[in-house]
Ligand binder design. Structure first.
Ligand code: NAP
Length: 246
C-alpha cells in the first residue's frame, strides 16, 4: 500500500489512461477524486474504486473552464480534507496538417491540454503549499519530444506541459511540492483506437519493443512518482514508450 490514505485528484479519469491511474492509485490505498467532463462514466469508475475499499468522489469538471476549477477542488477538500496528488491527465486531439488546422481547433487543444494543467495546478498548489507537501504529475506525450505531422496543436500543448512541469518544480520545491511528467508513447485507448490500421502499423514499426503500451503501463509510472519512493525526484519526465524515443 504505497499510497495508503493519500488523496488524489485525477482529471480525465472516466476512461483510458486516467481511469487506469485512478484504479492503480486506489489499489495502493489512495482515496480518489475523478474529475471529468463525463459524469456518468465517472460514476462508474467511482463504483469500481469503492469496490477496492477506498473512497471515490466523481466530480464534473471541464479543466479548460477556470470558473469550474475552484469549486471542483472545494468539493474534493470538503470530502477528503486535503490533496496529496494531482494528476493532470485530461487531454484531447484535433488533428490536421498546419495549413488545414482551424484556429478554433488550435485553441481547443491548447485550452484543455495546456491551460487546463496550469489552472488545476494553480489550485492544487494553494492547498499543497499549506500542507508543505504534494505531488503534481502531468501527462505529456512522446510527440512533445519528436513532433508528429498533423499534431501541431497537440505536440505544442504537450511540449508546453514539459516546460510548465519544470517551472512548477523549481517554484514550489521549497514548499515540499514535487512536479514531474510522464510522456507516454502509443497507448491503446479510445484516443488511439480511431487511427487507421495503416497508421497504427507504421507506428508499431517505430517501436523497438514492437508493441503498443497499455494504460496500466502509464499508471505504473504515475504511481511510482506519487509514492514516497519518488520523493527525491522533481522536474523530470519519465518516458513510457517501448523505446520509440530514447
Ligand atoms: P481518452 O481515452 O480520450 O480519455 C480522456 C478523458 O479525458 C475522457 O474521459 C474525456 O472525457 C476527458 N476529457 C476530455 N476533455 C476534458 C476536459 N476539458 N476536462 C476534463 N476531462 C476531459 O484519452 P487517453 O488516451 O486516456 O489519454 C489520456 C491522456 O494521455 C491525455 O492527456 C493524452 O493526451 C495523453 N496521451 C495519450 C496517449 C495515447 O496513446 N493514448 C499517448 C500520449 C499521451 P470525454 O470522453 O467526455 O471527452
Amino acid at each position: 500500500m504505497r499510497l495508503k490514505d493519500s488523496v488524489a485528484l485525477i482529471t480525465g479519469a472516466a476512461q483510458g489512461i486516467g481511469r487506469a491511474i485512478a484504479i492503480s492509485m486506489a489499489k495502493e490505498g489512495a482515496h480518489i477524486g475523478i474529475a471529468d467532463t463525463n459524469i456518468e462514466k465517472s460514476e462508474v469508475v467511482a463504483g469500481e474504486i469503492r469496490g477496492l475499499g477506498v473512497k471515490a468522489l466523481p466530480i464534473q469538471l471541464d479543466v479548460s473552464k477556470s470558473g469550474e476549477i475552484a469549486s471542483a477542488f472545494e468539493k474534493l477538500t470538503k470530502e477528503f480534507g486535503r490533496i496529496d496528488i494531482l494528476v493532470n491527465n485530461a487531454g484531447i486531439t484535433k488533428d490536421a496538417l498546419i495549413l488545414r488546422m482551424k484556429e478554433e481547433d488550435w485553441d481547443a487543444v491548447i485550452n484543455i491540454n495546456l491551460k487546463g494543467v496550469f489552472l488545476c495546478s494553480k489550485e492544487a498548489i494553494k492547498i499543497m503549499a499549506k500542507q508543505q507537501y504534494g505531488k503534481i504529475i502531468n501527462i505529456a506525450s512522446v510527440v512533445a519530444f519528436i513532433g508528429n505531422p498533423g499534431q501541431a496543436n497537440y505536440s505544442a500543448s504537450k511540449a508546453g506541459i514539459v516546460g510548465l512541469t519544470k517551472t512548477i518544480a523549481r517554484e514550489y520545491a521549497s514548499r515540499g511540492i514535487r512536479a514531474n511528467a510522464v510522456a507516454p508513447g502509443f497507448i491503446q485507448t479510445a484516443m488511439t483506437d480511431i487511427l487507421p490500421e495503416k497508421v497504427k502499423d507504421e507506428m508499431k514499426g517505430n517501436i523497438p519493443l514492437n508493441q503498443f503500451g497499455l494504460p496500466e503501463d502509464v499508471a505504473n509510472a504515475a504511481v511510482f512518482l506519487a509514492s514516497k519512493e519518488a520523493d527525491y525526484i522533481t522536474g523530470q519526465v519519465i518516458h513510457v514508450n517501448g523505446g520509440m524515443y530514447m
